[in-house]
Design a binder for this molecule. Structure first.
Ligand code: PLP
Length: 367
């Protein structure tokens, strides 16, 4: 891949595989792993990581939309792909079936619509039933599950492959999570009693896996942990493209929100909010140059960001880490999330299409 502007993101297959192996070890051999690759694998590149996930023991993949599922099928991915998002309009179930994508059913109405689409197929159509146990997003209420399960007993065109729910407070409220787990388990028990003995029960996202094995059930759905848990998979790099010495009281960037306090060296980086560098990190965040944390000064602009490199010995062309390591220093997506009052998911997904993703070859060390 070639690009001219020296701003890029490196993706490490080794780190991704290590994280997956760690998750597999945590949940044990009886629980399968559905690797969540939605939002282009949280900005890492879904078509790059899908084959790696499957070669290294993921049983299935999860994406958000039909579009994301079709993109993986177009990349010749044959494994089961669960569409986690709500499908609308319900006539789009036929699109899922045309591409052999496994839809989520989140209401009785949706179950009926899937049955209509499935009746045109000459095979039982697998799907997963979503139960809303406390997320309040999509899903059948626990009490609404029974009529659906009852109706499904006589529907030979449909195959209930999974029953699942999503944790709302996995990283903040274990008691709330236990209640959610209990609600799902009650629905699963009902399904088992109706003869759906094979249906996979699943509730755990990354933070749910960390809550312990009772949450792992038959399958887990890690997303973030695949990208950031032990080994950060993505590092975001740029270079110093402009450097100037300025006297005290020099205004920097839009709104002149920063003025130098002393004789200063101010560097310019070719990266800005159109690349996903949060504007909220203006006058707040830092980057790594010459193994040192150097502060962002003034507002992050669309295409450029200024850094105070006074006394660092920086020169034009220096390597700059936005996410990654230099010497003993590390910056993570979580650092940017703290500066921008958000979470690491939004930082990673927000790294825009304008930033080329460079996939490191296996065994390559991240630079
Ligand atoms: C995004 C998502 C996941 C993965 O969540 P992480 O917190 O990234 O592990 C799992 N399940 C569903 C339904 C999701 O939407």
């Amino acid at each position: 891949m070639s690009f001219y502007r020296p701003t890029w993101a490196e993706v490490s297959p080794d780190a991704f595989v290590s994280n997956l192996q760690q998750i597999k070890k945590t949940v044990g051999p009886k629980t399968s792993v559905l690797a969540v690759l939605k939002a282009d694998a949280y900005g890492h590149g879904a078509t790059t990581l899908a084959p790696l996930a499957l070669q290294n023991g993921a049983a299935a993949l999860g994406v958000s939309s039909l579009e994301e599922g079709i993109a993986l099928r177009d990349a010749d991915i044959k494994a089961p792909i669960l569409i986690l998002g709500g499908i609308y309009p319900l006539t789009n179930f036929s699109v899922a079936l045309d591409h052999n994508l496994t839809p989520t059913v989140a209401s009785l109405e949706a179950a009926h619509a899937l049955q209509v689409a499935a009746s045109k197929q000459n095979r039982p159509v697998p799907f997963h039933l979503k139960i809303d146990t406390g997320m309040g997003r999509i899903g059948v209420s626990p009490s609404g599950a029974k009529p659906i399960l009852d109706w499904l007993r006589h529907e030979k065109t449909l195959k209930l492959e999974g029953i699942y729910s999503h944790l709302a407070c996995a990283d903040s409220d274990p008691e709330f999570s236990v209640q959610q787990l209990k609600l799902l388990e009650d629905v699963v028990a009902q399904a088992r009693a109706f003869g759906f003995t094979e249906a996979l029960a699943h509730i755990a996202n990354s933070a749910g896996i960390a809550l312990g094995t009772p949450f792992s059930l038959n399958m887990v759905r890690p997303g973030l942990a695949l990208y950031t848990s032990n080994f950060p998979v993505l590092s975001w790099q740029t270079k110093l493209i402009f450097l100037k010495k300025v006297p005290a009281n020099t205004p920097i960037s839009y709104g002149a929100t920063f003025r130098t306090q002393r004789d200063s060296e101010i560097a310019t980086l070719p990266v800005g909010y159109a690349d996903g560098l949060p504007r909220l990190a203006s006058n707040k965040g830092s980057v790594l140059i010459r193994n040192k944390r150097c502060p962002i000064v003034g507002r992050v602009t669309m295409d450029h960001t200024m850094i105070d490199v006074t006394g660092v010995g920086a020169t034009v062309g220096d390597a700059v880490a936005l996410i990654g390591c230099q010497g003993a220093e590390t910056l993570t997506a979580l650092d940017w999330a703290d500066w921008a009052q958000t979470n690491s998911y939004e930082i990673l997904c927000g790294i825009s299409k304008r930033v080329p993703r460079v996939v490191l070859t296996k065994g390559d060390k991240r630079g």
